[in-house]
Design a protein around this ligand. Structure first.
Ligand code: ATP
Ligand code: MG
Length: 230
């Protein structure tokens, strides 16, 4: 059960949206929303954050080593060990058959572990794939978004198309990092969130984003992560 409720904690949830190759996974790592030394668990169905010793491509999370587990049992054990060590960690759950059930199991584990005295970051990749509504998300994942703030939970939701995810994902994420959009409908949806135009969205290219800060009139910042690969 989530413990040590602290109503003073601010919601830091962030959503990341861009078409494939738009740079969502890069933004999760370098978009400025993640602590330098995180307690971080990732639902990583496509191994975007895999670490293989000596590899040029599988370099973990922001260049730091990650540990990937493929069964519930192994992941839960590793996560509980890491979380109770009180030291930073980056661990990934990559189930053999990713599904809504697996994503909800992962979310429930995060919810139960959350503790208002310590920040816990969780990433859910490809949210649209695991949700079957664009209305309210009533599930463990929805609970992490709506109730998690008070318990130190920070949810990073990653998806390609904003028109395909629950409205809870967008409305409960005060930070939004928006990359190159796939369709006019998605561009419209995100333009509205930022009080920008669809033309502003059309200008976005891979690894260039608009970062929307909290609030109706929150700051709208343009960021480029092209330098990450220089
Ligand atoms: N290690 C790297 N070196 C150079 N360029 C990279 C590297 N990793 C990613 N990129 C570039 O960054 C861009 C974004 O990649 P990223 O994996 O973040 O996209 P994505 O939006 O998460 O895509 P998907 O939806 O397919 O997961 C790609 O166009 C890719 O060319
Ligand atoms: Mg990705």
């Amino acid at each position: 059960m989530a413990i040590n409720k602290d109503n003073r904690l601010k919601a830091l949830h962030c959503c990341y949206t861009a078409g494939t190759g738009g740079g969502k996974s890069v933004a999760v790592q370098y978009g400025g929303m993640m602590p330098k030394s995180p307690c971080l668990a990732i639902f990583d169905p496509y191994e975007d954050y895999l670490y293989i010793t000596g590899s040029d491509t599988d370099i973990g999370f922001a260049g730091k080593r990650t540990y990937t587990y493929r069964t519930r049992q192994a992941f839960a054990k590793a996560f509980m060990n890491a979380w109770s060590s009180k030291k930073p960690f980056r661990i990934c759950y990559t189930p053999a058959n990713p599904s809504r059930e697996e994503m909800l199991w992962f979310s429930l584990l995060m919810w139960h572990a959350s503790d208002g005295q310590r920040r816990l970051d969780m990433v859910v990749e490809e949210v649209a794939k695991w949700c079957n509504t664009t209305a309210k998300e009533q599930s463990a994942y929805g609970e992490c978004l709506t109730g998690g703030r008070k318990y130190g939970l920070v949810v990073h939701s990653v998806f390609q198309r904003s028109t395909e995810v629950p409205k809870t994902t967008i409305s409960q994420s005060p930070f939004k990092i928006i990359g190159m959009q796939e369709t006019e409908d998605d561009a419209k949806r995100m333009a509205k969130e930022c009080r920008l135009t669809i033309d502003d969205m059309a200008e976005l290219t891979p690894l260039n984003y608009i970062k929307k800060h909290p609030g109706l009139t929150g700051q709208v910042e343009r960021i480029s992560l092209e330098h990450v690969f220089d």
